[in-house]
Design a protein. Structure first.
Length: 494
């Protein structure tokens, strides 16, 4: 079984270390649940004991014991020299999978996990806590607003008119003249990216996407059936020369960029590069997504780099740049308020696609969003005051206790993008789960599974949680390096 298939099995296993009992028993439960849930079908080969041991940073004996237990229970079968696979004829497996399907059919959440309150610390999710410190009128509807909403029977598929006006005014204040007709309100920025991908891409088309990149964008554009062509992110974002070469080589139909506080690297693309990229894209008729969901999370005084659309030629009737924004990172992810700014003819096409998914974004949260725009500058200041000390705390702990780990301190955004001195961050993440810590390996941020030596580390938890999470991470790293040295998998760590 090749490494990609082994990595897929690791994903099937999920949070297997959270089960009870010795390691081999926890692993056998994880494998059994993957089979029960139908993630792996009968007749599927499992990784060799050595491959799975390396991927999970376990001893081979632990995997052998897990496989033996599952063979004894009738889940697996083996043949000398042929490996191990899920039994093809097993009433136990068929009955278990039928039970799971029946449970899922009755589960309105369709398997969505709610980890809140569990003992694992989450160093993977890139979502801040809801913003604290805003005036009360921003976070609750007035009786008059409630009454007004209860009198309407419209869906407002383009978005609540007052919110479209507020978003348009927000961009106009940045020097990018915008009318409400150029705004489509979406149910989060993720929906905006998905809609744009569906508009411009057909199965087999090529989309240019940063490498590394926000993993939600990877999934959204993959969902259209597109092939993803990586754009390497340098110290100043995607370089214009790299962009031009990729466009020429790939015949791309769409490009996705996050030029301000790029996720996960935190880089900022200079104004000259923005102008050059936008003008070249316009010449080629290539639509570009400018994802600005993190652009307002500024942690230091830096010159503001304005939206890509500011560099568009007024004579560009195609509407090269589509700007995606959100209140999720600045204010509260639970609002599920995002938007697309684009040429009117594109907004009219996009709204028809949105209506195939939902007829309109929730009106109460749109009303709250209107109120929030009146306090936008205050929200930015509050988020900066909250996150800057957390960034410095996390960076300081890494520098003191993990001095071989390399990173650049970002001037904005939500993450440290850290290079390990050796090893594979996916394997480290498996060890971290045994320390009740959830990590996001760098390979999850790449269309081609690159950056195996990188970690995306958010600085979003409360300070006590950050300290405890780092204590667990330091312990996991020590265990990983020790096990890897003994087994000869990690040669580069001194």
């Amino acid at each position: 079984m090749d490494p990609m298939e082994t990595s897929q099995w690791v994903k099937f296993l999920g949070a297997w270390p959270e089960h009870k009992g010795p390691l081999h028993r926890r692993l056998s439960v994880g494998i059994r649940q993957a089979i029960e849930n139908g993630l792996a079908i009968q007749g599927t080969r499992l990784p060799s004991e050595r491959d799975l041991a390396q991927a999970l940073s376990l001893s081979r004996n632990t995997v052998v014991a897990a496989y033996n237990a599952l063979r004894d229970e009738g889940w697996l079968e083996s043949r000398t020299g042929n490996g191990t696979w899920i039994r093809r004829e097993s009433h136990a497996i068929r009955n278990a999978q039928e039970d799971v399907r029946e449970q899922l059919a009755q589960n309105t959440l369709l398997g969505v996990m709610d980890r809140e309150g569990e003992s694992a610390i989450d160093f993977a999710t890139g979502t801040p806590y809801p913003l604290r410190g805003l005036p009360a009128e921003v976070t609750a509807l007035t009786p008059q607003e409630n009454e007004r909403l209860l009198r309407t029977r419209l869906y407002y598929p383009f978005g609540l008119p007052a919110l479209r006006q507020a978003i348009a005014a927000h961009y106009s204040a940045k020097g990018l003249a915008t009318s409400p007709e150029e705004i489509l309100v979406t149910t989060g920025a993720q929906q905006g990216i998905m809609l744009i991908g569906s508009l411009f891409l057909q199965k087999g088309d090529t989309a240019l996407i940063e490498d590394p990149c926000y993993f939600g964008a990877l999934e959204a554009l993959r969902g259209s059936g597109a092939r993803l062509h990586p754009l390497p992110v340098g110290v100043a974002g995607v370089e214009p020369g790299v962009f031009r070469d990729a466009v020429t080589a790939s015949n791309a139909r769409l490009a996705y960029l996050t030029p301000t506080f790029q996720n996960p690297t935190g880089t900022v693309m200079p104004a000259a590069a923005r102008k050059e990229i936008v003008q070249f894209a316009a010449q080629r008729g290539l639509p570009v997504i400018d994802d600005r969901t993190i652009a307002d999370i500024e942690l230091e005084d830096v010159p503001e780099e304005r939206p890509l659309a500011l560099w568009s030629d007024p004579r560009d009737t195609q509407g090269t740049v589509l700007t995606v924004g959100s209140l999720g990172k600045l204010a509260w992810a639970g609002l599920r308020i995002g938007w697309i700014r684009g040429a009117r003819h594109l907004i009219e096409r996009l709204v028809r696609m949105k209506m195939a998914h939902d007829l309109g974004t929730a009106l109460p949260t749109q009303t709250l969003a209107v109120n929030l725009f009146a306090f936008y500058a205050q929200a930015r200041a509050l988020r900066r005051a909250e996150l800057s000390p957390k960034r410095d705390l996390l960076a300081g702990i890494v520098r003191e206790h993990l001095p071989d780990w390399q990173f650049e301190l970002p001037a904005g955004g939500l993450f440290l993008w850290i290079r390990l001195p050796g090893g594979d961050s996916s394997e480290l993440a498996q060890v971290a789960m045994r320390h009740r810590l959830v990590l996001l390996p760098g390979s999850n941020m790449s269309a081609e599974q690159r950056h195996v030596d990188m970690l995306r580390m958010p600085f979003l938890l409360d300070e006590d949680e950050l300290r405890e999470g780092m204590r667990r991470l330091i312990g996991a790293w020590r265990e990983y390096t020790e096990v890897s040295r003994r087994r000869g998998f990690l040669q580069t760590i001194t």
